[in-house]
Write a protein that binds this ligand. Sequence first.
Ligand code: BG6
Length: 525
Amino acid sequence: MNQAEQFDDLLTCRLGQTQRSLEPCSVVIFGASGDLTARKLIPALYHLHQEGQMPSDYRIVGFARREKTDDSWRDELRQALDEFSRTKPVDAVVWQDFAGHLSYTRGDITEPEAFQALERQLSSYGKEPLRRNLLFYLATPPSQFGQAVEQLHTCGLLHKGGEQGWQRIVIEKPFGRDLESARQLNRELTRFASEQQVFRIDHYLGKETVQNILMFRFSNSIFERLWARGSISHVQITVAEHQGVEQRGGYYEEAGALRDMVQNHLLQILSLVAMEPPVSLDAEAIRDEKVKLLRSLRPLSQEDVARQVVRGQYFAGVVDGELRPGYRQEPKVKPDSNVETYVGLKLFVDNWRWSGVPFYLRTGKCLPVSASEVRVQFCPTPHVLFAADCGQQLDANALALRLQPEEGIYLRFNGKVPGIGVEVRPVRMHFSYDSEFGAYTPEAYERLLLEAMAGDATLFIRRDEVEAAWGIVDSIRGAWGQRPLSNREFYSAATWGPVAADDLLAQAGHAWHEPLLTNHVKKGR
Ligand code: BG6
């Protein structure tokens, strides 16, 4: 078997695993009264339960400061599920059964007694694995991560190395504000847990279409052979959002698009698109390649940032007949804020495969549509044959991986227009998840929770990945410094960012391609 065949074999094996067998465990959610728990975690766990994917025995314990009983927490979650479940209506019988697994412990992360109460609660579970196999989901502000881990260790619930059952910590971004704070956070987490016990979530990695990037690249020889500088002119990664910042102004003022989206989702997508084949599908092998890729990104000097990075902020505009406020008018945003709601950048991967190929990344709020897409633009053919009849501008082939919505892949190539003349026109070949596999749309959190319970870290971000990504982001932030936004850096709501974002590509004779969407999904999330 040659290497490509072995890889195909491995992929097929992985693809064949539709159901994981999980050991009994308890899931403890810190921040159990919060938004993430109600919107994402409980609906995801409910669906896993409904589909018979949870372990044969399990408990879910909510931990938060507010005074609640098991019943009042269950009632709240039931209401939240009505709103946020991906299947409606909620099945009353399934809910009853699921609710029997839920209990609540009141407590503050600063109080040792609260952790002792949690420990008592877990010890009351008869079966050993429910007391020893513990998934701690820290749905709390990052400033509390270190303390929560320390308390868990002190009260004997968290053992580094996991000789007694397994214990895992799941955390959400932001993983720090910059490289230094990310390192500090990593140090705090790994004082009482090993790196293998820390599961850092980037919910984009839980999306089917993002997972498919590797499958697509390494199981299709026709594309795999073209995946390099000789054939590819450039790559565009777009993660566009039609919504503005809305109620999240307070958080966004501290983050901005660069920290909120580029540091994590966009660089993760880039690393999957551009990484070398891993030696196996093992979590460490995949993450080794991702981190290698992030480390191959050409460092950005201050001058490079001026040339290669564009930021922007939306101002008020009329969208669908209604006036949309500008970012500075959003709740909890300073009226003179210089926070970026758009970032477009050109990066180079300085390795053998990608030398000289630009990777253009863009993300923004209040853009014309909500859509995420990777577009691989192939090199044009020589124009000699058709130039006389079709002009110099023969369309170059392109492959678009649509991550959301209308998930699918399409290939754009040239075809002859029927008739006597020589007229060439771009046409599309299209694969859609919906028509091929039916409307199977599990939420990213379902997959991620399942993987965390199974102890498979492939879809989670390793410490060195986080740190490598901050390296890039910090150099951009450093170059921006305190400089206020200039007039050229504003864009009207529902447009494709500041004009400079187009110039960024035009310098090299390239142009952004808008994700093509059917009308009815254009604006949705
Ligand atoms: C989050 C960001 O990580 O991703 C949000 O904090 C953003 O600002 C969201 O809206 C986008 O996720 P999705 O899954 O809706 O594309």
